[in-house]
Ligand binder design. Sequence first.
Ligand code: 5BU
Length: 277
Amino acid sequence: MSSPHLQTYNERAQRHANKAARALLRVMEEKQSNLSVSVDVTKSKDFFDIIEAVGPHVCLIKTHIDILEDFDPTVIDRLRELSEKHKFLIFEDRKFADIVPWHCSIQKGSTRSQDWAHITNAHAVPGPSIITGLASVGIPKDRGLILLAEMSSKGALTTGSYTEDAVRMARARRDFVIGFIAQHRMEGIGASDTDNIAGEDFLVLAPGVGLDATGDAMGQQYRTPEQVVFESGCDVIIVGRGIYGKGENVDTREVLKQAQRYQAAGWEAYKKRVQRT
Ligand code: 5BU
């Protein structure tokens, strides 16, 4: 079987072991979108204005729900309604990194992301127990977990043997770990001769995507959808400020225009990738 990145999202949806991954892959194909918008704004009005504008054009909305200054539980209700209305999944970029008893029993906190986010993520740094702990909460709800294998920021320590260990941890829990935040494909990385890697399909979600800038003042590094999806074989492009700028008093027409622009660029890069087989 060819490497996952040479198969269509639809083909992969039919085989994937995890329900959230299957749903995401199906939505990508249906909406012809591998765009995830990262809605990193502090006011719920801006948050929802952006989501209403980009909703029809994305496969996934990525949230940092704790940065909303005026958060209240109705935010979650509305977010879920919009997820159904526009057919996108929700990814809470929670970056769990603590030991099991703590994050499972207490750290789920007031927003309880396992109740509403189809996908969340975790650092590999605590070791495999972080997956076991999150799986105990996530599997019964058909959630999927993304591990941070390669971060996009300059000087990130997520390289070499750290990345390999993260992939090994994921390989041992392919029912729950659906992929990585990474900049390249990860299948087969860190595998030994005895590992069964046939059929391995990890979704690669890549932040650090921009059409107009190569970075920011805080170490973010941007690559284009063509570089990320076609050249590096990543599956989902995560775009924040490239779509809504500062994210204050957003101009929804401009947000829509940018979302369409990134959607088209990401899809074109994907079509080019799967057609070259
Ligand atoms: P930007 O505005 O497109 O730079 O936003 C990128 C988002 O992706 C932002 O929410 C970051 O927290 C997130 N991100 C990232 O940029 N790089 C990483 O390695 C990881 C997350 Br993990």
